[in-house]
Design a protein around this ligand. Structure first.
Ligand SMILES: [Zn+2]
Length: 180
């Protein structure tokens, strides 16, 4: 289930849900949950202008928090802000693996959102996406979060769902698509 903290993303610019084609995976070590991460961005406006950078935050214990509605453009990945759903796992995956609970939750999130996006959904790490970072040396989420394993797993389980049914299913799990 997804915890609704989408009030944290109020004020982020809107986008059409039809623009979404990608799930972009990040690491974040500046805060242990969505509230703390949103506060970090607010206090350090050099990164995003102060706005919450991610739509989804997955805590170390596997808790899934949604920090802005999917019809908002979370500013975590420059060139991939419009087309991507920004999913951040708490931790530094240059140094350690995600926890078992976190990995399981990340697989669930990618499967759920890929079902909504459709059979052509793309799952990419932040710095795998060209132009998604201002820093050419940035490594996100890091080699210890295995993007190929994640893609393989979601690919194996990916099924085609009609758009409205997929959305209804995601909403039943707690995902928020639209918020004014
Ligand atoms: Zn990132």
């Amino acid at each position: 289930m997804v915890t609704d903290l989408t009030e944290l993303g109020q004020g982020l610019p809107p986008r059409a849900l039809s623009m979404i084609t990608h799930i972009i995976v990040h690491r974040i070590e500046d805060g242990e949950d969505a509230r703390a991460v949103a506060q970090f961005f607010k206090s350090n406006p050099q990164w995003t202008g102060g706005g919450m950078g991610y739509a989804i935050v997955i805590k170390r214990d596997g808790t899934i928090e949604q920090a802005c509605a999917l019809n908002r453009r979370a500013p975590g990945a420059r060139a991939a802000n419009g087309c991507g759903i920004q999913v951040a796992c708490v931790g530094d995956f240059r140094k350690h693996e995600p926890t078992v609970s976190q990995w399981g939750a990340l697989c669930d999130v990618c499967e759920d959102l890929a079902t909504f996006i459709g059979p052509n959904a793309k799952i990419m790490g932040h710095t795998e996406f060209p132009g998604a970072s201002a820093d050419p040396n940035k490594v996100c989420p890091g080699p210890l979060l295995d993007m190929n394993a994640l893609r393989d797993l979601v690919e194996d389980t990916k099924v085609y769902w009609p758009k409205t049914l997929a959305r209804t299913r995601c909403e039943a799990l707690g995902y928020v698509f639209e918020r004014k």
